[in-house]
Design a binder for this molecule. Sequence first.
Ligand code: SF4
Length: 232
Amino acid sequence: MIFGGLQKNSFIDYPGKISCVLFLSGCNFNCPYCHNPDLVKGCAECPHFLEENGVYDFLKNRRGLLDGVVISGGEPTLQDDLVLLCEKIKDMGYPVKVDTNGSRPKVIQGLIDRKLVDYIAMDIKTDPLRYSPLIKKHCNPSDIFSSIRIIMESGLPYEFKTTCIKPLVNDQIIENISHIIHGARLYALQEFRNTEVLHPEFFQGNKCSYDKDELIRFKAIADPWVEKCVVR
Ligand code: SF4
């Protein structure tokens, strides 16, 4: 297990809970706007590499103070021993939320089948047919479709999220995504904030962000298709 970082307290990452966030290193996507470039590049360049035992000690000591643990990344489903990590955290009594990019549906299904996850948040970057080449050179859309279906049929609380950035998102793409997740319990449209990103060159000379009014227009497009749509 490669831990890239630990946020000791969060009031926003696990809905309704005070949680900590474990960041696992490495990602198979290449989102230009990614705010965790060190994690994506892997541990050699990661400033916050953590020892596994230190993480478990921290979680043991925080029992009774934290309501849950968020496993984020990077992309957590890439880690071979994710099941073991979730088992250890669940054995300590914590509910587990997993953040995923949806590229490994079988891993998500495995966590659900073993009852090792209590909340799933999946990013939908754009229309699944348009992930290549910006998000990943060769992305299989059926993996994204499968993950969406698995999560929606899981019976667990979940949310889908889209960071709204040009050219990955526009009215038509929001409409397409909304159709794909028809009936979803929660869809969050996230504003892009141009801080540290994976590919700063992508943004040079381009206005890629949308303003609040435009996000509200996207919400109006998504609203009829999902139980709840929020702008963050
Ligand atoms: S935003 Fe998420 S999926 Fe995209 S590169 Fe960063 S960690 Fe990977």
